[in-house]
Design a protein around this ligand. Structure first.
Ligand SMILES: [Zn+2]
Length: 273
Protein backbone atom coordinates (compact mmCIF):
# COMPACT_ATOMS: atom_id res chain seq x y z
CA UNK A 1 0.00 0.00 0.00
CA UNK A 2 1.34 3.46 -0.85
CA UNK A 3 2.32 5.25 2.37
CA UNK A 4 3.56 8.79 3.00
CA UNK A 5 6.84 8.49 1.01
CA UNK A 6 5.06 7.00 -2.00
CA UNK A 7 2.28 9.60 -1.98
CA UNK A 8 4.83 12.41 -1.45
CA UNK A 9 6.83 11.12 -4.44
CA UNK A 10 3.71 11.03 -6.61
CA UNK A 11 2.91 14.60 -5.54
CA UNK A 12 6.45 15.81 -6.28
CA UNK A 13 6.63 14.12 -9.66
CA UNK A 14 3.13 15.11 -10.84
CA UNK A 15 3.45 18.75 -9.81
CA UNK A 16 5.58 20.09 -12.71
CA UNK A 17 3.34 18.36 -15.26
CA UNK A 18 -0.13 19.26 -14.07
CA UNK A 19 -0.08 22.64 -12.31
CA UNK A 20 -1.82 25.25 -14.46
CA UNK A 21 -3.51 22.63 -16.64
CA UNK A 22 -7.24 22.59 -17.20
CA UNK A 23 -9.37 19.46 -16.85
CA UNK A 24 -10.83 19.01 -20.33
CA UNK A 25 -12.56 15.69 -19.75
CA UNK A 26 -13.26 13.04 -17.15
CA UNK A 27 -13.73 9.37 -18.05
CA UNK A 28 -14.98 7.10 -15.30
CA UNK A 29 -14.39 3.47 -16.22
CA UNK A 30 -15.66 2.43 -12.78
CA UNK A 31 -18.04 4.93 -11.18
CA UNK A 32 -17.64 3.47 -7.69
CA UNK A 33 -14.32 5.27 -7.40
CA UNK A 34 -16.20 8.58 -6.84
CA UNK A 35 -17.20 8.95 -3.20
CA UNK A 36 -18.56 12.46 -3.27
CA UNK A 37 -20.61 14.17 -4.78
CA UNK A 38 -22.75 12.20 -7.29
CA UNK A 39 -20.98 10.97 -10.42
CA UNK A 40 -22.82 13.53 -12.57
CA UNK A 41 -21.90 16.43 -10.30
CA UNK A 42 -18.33 15.19 -9.94
CA UNK A 43 -17.87 15.22 -13.69
CA UNK A 44 -19.60 18.52 -14.39
CA UNK A 45 -17.90 20.40 -11.55
CA UNK A 46 -14.46 19.09 -12.45
CA UNK A 47 -14.48 19.72 -16.19
CA UNK A 48 -13.19 23.18 -17.05
CA UNK A 49 -11.34 23.61 -13.77
CA UNK A 50 -7.68 24.62 -13.71
CA UNK A 51 -5.38 22.75 -11.30
CA UNK A 52 -3.77 25.45 -9.17
CA UNK A 53 -1.90 23.37 -6.61
CA UNK A 54 -1.11 19.84 -5.45
CA UNK A 55 -0.61 18.97 -1.80
CA UNK A 56 -0.54 15.93 0.47
CA UNK A 57 -2.11 15.22 3.85
CA UNK A 58 -1.28 11.79 5.25
CA UNK A 59 -1.85 9.42 2.34
CA UNK A 60 -4.31 11.77 0.58
CA UNK A 61 -3.41 13.80 -2.51
CA UNK A 62 -5.16 17.16 -2.65
CA UNK A 63 -5.55 18.90 -6.01
CA UNK A 64 -6.57 22.56 -5.57
CA UNK A 65 -8.84 23.83 -8.31
CA UNK A 66 -9.56 27.30 -9.70
CA UNK A 67 -13.17 27.05 -8.47
CA UNK A 68 -11.89 26.94 -4.88
CA UNK A 69 -12.92 23.32 -4.56
CA UNK A 70 -10.47 20.43 -4.17
CA UNK A 71 -10.16 17.05 -5.82
CA UNK A 72 -8.95 14.56 -3.20
CA UNK A 73 -7.53 11.16 -4.17
CA UNK A 74 -6.67 8.20 -1.92
CA UNK A 75 -4.82 5.31 -3.56
CA UNK A 76 -5.65 2.84 -0.75
CA UNK A 77 -4.18 -0.65 -1.27
CA UNK A 78 -3.23 -0.84 -4.93
CA UNK A 79 -3.90 2.50 -6.63
CA UNK A 80 -1.45 4.34 -8.84
CA UNK A 81 -1.59 7.54 -10.88
CA UNK A 82 0.10 7.33 -14.24
CA UNK A 83 0.78 10.34 -16.40
CA UNK A 84 0.10 9.84 -20.12
CA UNK A 85 1.22 6.21 -20.02
CA UNK A 86 3.03 4.87 -23.08
CA UNK A 87 0.19 2.49 -23.81
CA UNK A 88 -2.47 5.15 -23.85
CA UNK A 89 -5.22 2.55 -24.06
CA UNK A 90 -6.96 2.02 -20.71
CA UNK A 91 -6.37 -1.48 -19.36
CA UNK A 92 -8.80 -3.48 -17.25
CA UNK A 93 -7.50 -1.84 -14.06
CA UNK A 94 -7.96 1.77 -15.25
CA UNK A 95 -10.78 3.17 -13.12
CA UNK A 96 -10.69 6.84 -14.16
CA UNK A 97 -8.93 9.13 -16.61
CA UNK A 98 -8.55 12.88 -16.25
CA UNK A 99 -7.84 14.56 -19.56
CA UNK A 100 -5.69 17.63 -19.02
CA UNK A 101 -5.25 19.00 -22.55
CA UNK A 102 -2.23 18.85 -24.88
CA UNK A 103 -2.18 15.08 -24.83
CA UNK A 104 -1.70 14.99 -21.08
CA UNK A 105 -3.83 12.39 -19.30
CA UNK A 106 -3.83 11.16 -15.73
CA UNK A 107 -4.78 7.50 -15.38
CA UNK A 108 -6.03 6.21 -12.03
CA UNK A 109 -5.27 2.49 -12.03
CA UNK A 110 -6.45 0.36 -9.16
CA UNK A 111 -6.64 -3.45 -9.42
CA UNK A 112 -8.38 -3.95 -6.06
CA UNK A 113 -10.87 -1.06 -6.39
CA UNK A 114 -10.38 0.38 -2.88
CA UNK A 115 -9.15 3.74 -4.23
CA UNK A 116 -11.37 6.78 -3.91
CA UNK A 117 -11.93 10.33 -5.17
CA UNK A 118 -13.82 13.22 -3.63
CA UNK A 119 -14.63 16.67 -4.99
CA UNK A 120 -15.25 18.93 -2.03
CA UNK A 121 -15.37 22.52 -0.92
CA UNK A 122 -14.03 21.72 2.53
CA UNK A 123 -10.88 19.54 2.50
CA UNK A 124 -11.28 19.05 6.23
CA UNK A 125 -14.51 17.14 5.67
CA UNK A 126 -12.33 14.30 4.32
CA UNK A 127 -9.07 14.61 6.28
CA UNK A 128 -10.30 16.00 9.62
CA UNK A 129 -9.58 12.87 11.65
CA UNK A 130 -5.93 12.55 10.66
CA UNK A 131 -3.21 12.82 13.30
CA UNK A 132 -0.14 15.07 12.96
CA UNK A 133 2.11 15.06 9.89
CA UNK A 134 5.32 13.31 10.95
CA UNK A 135 7.63 15.42 8.79
CA UNK A 136 6.29 18.80 9.77
CA UNK A 137 8.16 21.03 12.17
CA UNK A 138 5.36 21.03 14.73
CA UNK A 139 5.66 17.24 15.12
CA UNK A 140 8.13 17.21 18.01
CA UNK A 141 9.20 14.47 20.45
CA UNK A 142 7.08 16.35 22.99
CA UNK A 143 3.96 16.03 20.81
CA UNK A 144 4.62 12.33 20.28
CA UNK A 145 5.09 11.88 24.02
CA UNK A 146 1.79 13.63 24.80
CA UNK A 147 -0.06 11.43 22.31
CA UNK A 148 1.30 8.26 23.94
CA UNK A 149 -0.01 9.07 27.42
CA UNK A 150 -2.42 6.38 28.68
CA UNK A 151 -2.29 4.53 25.34
CA UNK A 152 -2.36 0.80 26.03
CA UNK A 153 -2.36 -0.03 22.30
CA UNK A 154 0.80 -1.70 20.91
CA UNK A 155 3.17 0.91 19.48
CA UNK A 156 3.15 -0.82 16.09
CA UNK A 157 -0.65 -0.46 15.88
CA UNK A 158 -0.51 3.19 16.98
CA UNK A 159 1.94 4.00 14.20
CA UNK A 160 -0.33 2.69 11.45
CA UNK A 161 -3.41 4.31 13.02
CA UNK A 162 -4.00 7.38 10.79
CA UNK A 163 -5.71 9.20 13.65
CA UNK A 164 -2.63 8.81 15.84
CA UNK A 165 -0.12 9.92 13.22
CA UNK A 166 -0.76 10.49 9.51
CA UNK A 167 0.84 8.71 6.58
CA UNK A 168 2.58 5.70 8.16
CA UNK A 169 1.45 2.19 7.23
CA UNK A 170 2.68 -1.33 7.80
CA UNK A 171 6.06 -1.02 6.07
CA UNK A 172 7.36 2.18 7.62
CA UNK A 173 5.96 1.32 11.05
CA UNK A 174 8.12 -1.83 11.08
CA UNK A 175 11.18 0.06 9.85
CA UNK A 176 10.77 2.87 12.39
CA UNK A 177 10.34 0.67 15.46
CA UNK A 178 13.23 -1.54 14.36
CA UNK A 179 15.46 1.55 14.03
CA UNK A 180 14.31 2.74 17.46
CA UNK A 181 14.93 -0.69 19.06
CA UNK A 182 11.37 -0.98 20.38
CA UNK A 183 9.33 -4.21 20.47
CA UNK A 184 6.18 -3.89 18.31
CA UNK A 185 3.91 -5.07 21.14
CA UNK A 186 5.11 -2.54 23.72
CA UNK A 187 2.18 -0.36 24.76
CA UNK A 188 2.37 3.32 23.86
CA UNK A 189 2.27 4.39 27.51
CA UNK A 190 5.21 2.10 28.45
CA UNK A 191 7.80 3.96 26.36
CA UNK A 192 10.43 5.99 28.24
CA UNK A 193 11.24 9.56 27.19
CA UNK A 194 14.49 8.28 25.72
CA UNK A 195 12.68 5.66 23.67
CA UNK A 196 10.16 8.25 22.47
CA UNK A 197 13.00 10.52 21.35
CA UNK A 198 14.59 7.59 19.50
CA UNK A 199 11.27 6.67 17.89
CA UNK A 200 10.65 10.26 16.81
CA UNK A 201 14.07 10.41 15.16
CA UNK A 202 13.59 6.98 13.54
CA UNK A 203 10.18 7.89 12.07
CA UNK A 204 11.58 10.99 10.41
CA UNK A 205 14.76 9.29 9.17
CA UNK A 206 12.90 6.32 7.71
CA UNK A 207 10.36 8.53 5.92
CA UNK A 208 12.90 11.05 4.55
CA UNK A 209 15.14 8.26 3.33
CA UNK A 210 12.23 6.55 1.56
CA UNK A 211 11.22 9.84 -0.09
CA UNK A 212 14.84 10.19 -1.27
CA UNK A 213 14.49 6.74 -2.85
CA UNK A 214 11.15 7.69 -4.46
CA UNK A 215 9.08 5.23 -2.44
CA UNK A 216 9.04 1.45 -2.15
CA UNK A 217 7.82 -0.61 -5.09
CA UNK A 218 6.44 -3.57 -3.24
CA UNK A 219 3.08 -4.73 -4.57
CA UNK A 220 1.71 -2.36 -7.20
CA UNK A 221 3.31 1.02 -6.55
CA UNK A 222 4.50 2.91 -9.61
CA UNK A 223 5.71 6.48 -9.91
CA UNK A 224 3.67 8.69 -12.30
CA UNK A 225 6.11 8.08 -15.16
CA UNK A 226 5.77 4.32 -14.68
CA UNK A 227 9.17 3.93 -12.95
CA UNK A 228 9.63 2.00 -9.72
CA UNK A 229 10.83 3.40 -6.40
CA UNK A 230 13.85 1.85 -4.69
CA UNK A 231 13.14 2.41 -0.98
CA UNK A 232 12.43 -1.30 -0.41
CA UNK A 233 16.06 -2.13 -1.21
CA UNK A 234 16.94 -0.40 2.05
CA UNK A 235 14.33 -2.15 4.17
CA UNK A 236 15.95 -3.83 7.15
CA UNK A 237 12.93 -5.79 8.35
CA UNK A 238 9.71 -4.63 6.63
CA UNK A 239 7.91 -7.22 4.49
CA UNK A 240 10.68 -9.67 5.33
CA UNK A 241 12.72 -7.90 2.63
CA UNK A 242 15.75 -7.41 4.87
CA UNK A 243 16.41 -11.17 4.86
CA UNK A 244 16.02 -13.92 7.43
CA UNK A 245 18.53 -12.51 9.89
CA UNK A 246 18.79 -9.18 11.69
CA UNK A 247 21.18 -6.89 9.75
CA UNK A 248 22.51 -5.56 13.08
CA UNK A 249 23.00 -8.64 15.28
CA UNK A 250 22.34 -11.68 13.09
CA UNK A 251 19.45 -13.03 15.19
CA UNK A 252 16.65 -14.63 13.11
CA UNK A 253 13.95 -12.07 12.30
CA UNK A 254 10.54 -13.00 13.74
CA UNK A 255 7.12 -12.44 12.22
CA UNK A 256 4.03 -11.90 14.34
CA UNK A 257 0.60 -10.43 13.73
CA UNK A 258 -0.21 -7.09 15.34
CA UNK A 259 -3.89 -6.22 14.84
CA UNK A 260 -3.81 -8.66 11.91
CA UNK A 261 -0.86 -6.96 10.19
CA UNK A 262 2.24 -9.03 9.45
CA UNK A 263 4.99 -7.53 11.60
CA UNK A 264 8.73 -8.24 11.30
CA UNK A 265 11.17 -7.51 14.11
CA UNK A 266 14.39 -8.63 15.79
CA UNK A 267 13.73 -10.16 19.23
CA UNK A 268 17.22 -9.18 20.41
CA UNK A 269 17.44 -5.57 19.13
CA UNK A 270 13.77 -4.98 20.04
CA UNK A 271 13.38 -6.66 23.45
CA UNK A 272 9.91 -6.88 25.01
CA UNK A 273 11.36 -5.98 28.49
ZN1 LIG B 1 19.03 -7.65 15.95
Amino acid sequence: MPELPEVETIKNELTPHIIGRRVTGVALCWEGIVRKPSVEEFRSRLIGQRITGLGRRGKYLIFSLSSGKALIIHLKMTGSLLLSPATDVPNKFTRAILHLGNNCHLYFRDPRKFGAMWLVEDVDSVVRKLGPEPLEENFTPQILSERLVKRKTPIKALLFDQGFIAGIGNMYADEAIFSAGIHPLRSGESLSQEEIARLHRAIQQVLWSAIGNKGASVDTYFRPGGELGTAHFEFRVAHGLGGKFCPVCGTPIERILVRSRGTYFCPKCQPIK
